[in-house]
Write a protein that binds this ligand. Structure first.
Ligand code: F6R
Length: 609
């Protein structure tokens, strides 16, 4: 999730305006920064790795000439967070500059094709192909205008993008295009702006035009012109007045980052479906040939590992051992060896306990794999192979969108392993792949349809002293995660365990009105789970069930229920089933008067042991 911004001013220098706007977008990523302007027929660029203030100290980002330019603040997805990978990216002749937010899925094929035509690439990014594609279009058809060349180029891109292109060929224009990454235009009497998000230009104008997927925009001193990418047809759209404060704008109008991030999950899940095939394939080779596989993480990331252990077992018939980071050295430090593979999962890539486990494993010559949301983090540097989970920065302290993204990547890895090991029929693989593709929409449906209901449940139980969260099979991980969310942000002591354990002790806590949350996908565990629900009900518990739509049997037993769409395969179920639990924790925190974004005593990245 990068931030892009640019402007065409009637008077004055664009660079300081771009710099200030990028600062306002820094919450979208801060791995590197760059600006490009056009002046007197020449392209000027300044860029570097690191945060905006650090790069500005070294390069003075305000010191670029010209009243037209583009800028970028980066959240690395392809290529390490180094100067060479910082945007803007240019073509071979250095006449075209491109900034981009999104992921180009087919960049490797396009790169190869362009290299065969003589293009020379400098960076490891997916973005650079766009500059070269436009250059190639203009070379093969010199009569094309810049907008037409961009139109042709984006027609070849698979994936998500919000891009802005400038060129010495038409130095009075900026061409932008959008598919599944945000893009908005701002206008006032003195300037026209584009940005990833409204906060970037809100201090300059409150008149905004939302650009939609499949649209291209030509910005010039005269104003803006929107066209459909598919047929170049003109689109007419008037600016809207935005009445948000800057703080509201950063949260996109949501009262808290946590709620915004819960709502971002469909988009994040779409991004996770754009993993580079060859990295997934490479990653899958190691667990396939290891003697033992550990899945190591802390907190929410550990719950993703726990769910993954069921996925690996059920799909790839591979036993894996989920281990809490802080326990790894004690439990396995002496036995881990050259035949072991450790898959470390860490959103931040900096969690001290997870890294300590990784260090121990590396010292004993085990293979370390990483899954993280922070490319360039310590975990990426110490991993033999790593995957980026593509969630974008998460600001709320409680992990939400990063959890479902981790699950999506892990299930794709499990499917890849299943294929390698020949354990699942092609029909089943196709069926699961199709269901996985639909998950972003499923999650969207849950948020849209169930949020109000969850809010009412939170109101009803806001004074509860404690909760149980119970599930069976892979839903045990979902239950653990629901419990952690509620505890950490609403400060409600809660207990989670596999539902089958109830009668071995915990059930003694249950008395009239004791809230018990059951995670109830329609899988093989359902029959026994029903018995567990009845056991609890018989002792007066209040049953809150997360069920499949239309599950009448459980509806009859439950005091309250939330529904998720039908037909979700068991191995995918933690992704949709956790969403109502995230919402429950959020609304419980709000009802109890706590700020869910900043729970006491907690930090986003835990860098101490
Ligand atoms: C809970 C939460 C924490 C983290 C844990 C690991 O909402 O955010 O439990 O999951 O501190 O962090 P990472 O994934 O950065 O290693």
């Amino acid at each position: 999730m990068c931030g892009i911004f640019g402007c065409i001013l009637k008077n004055g220098n664009a660079a300081p305006i771009i710099h200030a706007a990028l600062k306002r977008l820094e919450y979208r990523g801060y791995d590197s920064v760059g600006e490009a302007t056009l002046y007197n027929g020449r392209l000027y660029i300044k860029k570097d790795q690191g945060k905006i203030d650090e790069a500005h100290k070294i390069h003075n980002l305000d010191d670029l000439p010209g009243n037209l330019g583009v800028g970028h603040t980066r959240w690395a997805t392809h290529g390490a967070p180094l100067e060479v990978n910082a945007h803007p990216h240019v073509d071979c002749s250095k006449q075209i500059a491109v900034v981009h937010n999104g992921i180009i899925e087919n960049f490797a094929e396009l790169k190869l094709e362009l290299e065969n035509r003589g293009h020379v690439f400098i960076s490891k990014t997916d973005t650079e192909v766009i500059a070269h594609l436009i250059e190639e279009n203009l070379k093969t058809n010199p009569s094309l205008g810049l907008a037409e060349a961009v139109l042709e180029a984006v027609g070849r891109l698979d994936g998500s993008y919000a891009i802005a292109v400038i060129s010495t060929k038409e130095p009075d224009k900026i061409i932008c295009a959008r598919n599944e990454s945000p893009l908005v235009i701002g206008v006032n009497e003195n300037a026209i702006y584009f940005a990833s998000d409204i906060p970037a230009f809100l201090p300059l104008t409150n008149r905004a035009v939302m650009i939609e997927d499949g649209e291209l925009v030509i910005l010039s001193r005269k104003g803006f012109e929107i066209r459909k990418i598919a047929d170049s047809g003109a689109v007419s759209r008037e600016p809207k007045l935005i009445d948000w404060t800057s703080e509201m704008a950063v949260k996109k109008g949501y009262p808290h980052f946590m709620l915004k991030e819960i709502h971002e999950q469909p988009a994040c899940l779409r991004n996770t479906l754009r993993l580079q095939e060859h990295y997934l394939e490479l990653m899958a080779t190691f667990p396939d040939r290891a003697r033992e596989v550990f899945l190591v993480a802390c907190g929410t990331s550990y719950h993703a590992c726990l769910a993954a252990s069921y996925m690996f077992s059920k799909l790839a018939f591979l036993a894996t051992y989920p281990v809490i980071g802080s326990e790894f050295v004690e439990q396995h430090g002496k036995s881990v060896n050259i035949d072991s593979t450790i898959l470390a999962v860490s959103q931040s890539g900096e969690t001290a306990d997870t890294l300590a486990a990784v260090n121990c494993a590396r010292q004993r010559a085990a293979t370390v794999l990483g899954l993280t949301n922070a490319i360039g983090s310590t975990l990426t540097r110490v991993s033999r192979v790593y995957l980026g989970q593509q969630s974008g920065p998460e600001i709320g302290v409680a992990a939400t969108k990063t959890f479902t993204s981790q699950l999506s990547v892990l299930v794709q890895l499990a499917l890849r392993l299943a294929k390698k090991r020949g354990k699942v029929s092609q029909d089943e693989m196709d069926f699961l792949a199709e269901k996985l593709e639909k998950l972003p929409d499923t999650v969207e449906t849950i948020i849209r349809g169930q949020e109000e209901k969850v809010k009412q449940i939170a109101k009803k139980y806001k004074d509860a002293k404690t909760f149980f969260f119970l599930g069976r099979g892979v839903s045990t991980a979902t239950a653990y995660e629901g419990r952690l969310k509620l505890m950490e942000i609403a400060y409600v002591p809660a207990i989670a365990f596999p539902a089958g354990e109830s009668k071995h002790g915990p059930i003694s806590l249950v008395e009239h009105g004791f809230p018990v949350v059951f995670i109830c996908p329609k899988d093989e565990t359902r029959k026994t789970l029903m018995s567990n629900i009845m056991e609890m009900k018989a002792r007066g518990a209040s049953i809150i069930a997360v069920i499949e739509e239309g599950d009448e049997e459980i509806k009859k037993l439950a005091d309250d229920y939330v529904e998720v769409p039908k037909g979700i395969p068991e191995v995918l179920s933690p992704i949709p089933f956790v969403v109502p639990l995230q919402l429950l924790a959020y609304y419980m925190a709000v009802e109890r008067g706590h700020n869910p974004d900043t729970p006491r005593n907690l930090a986003k990245s835990v860098t101490v042991k």
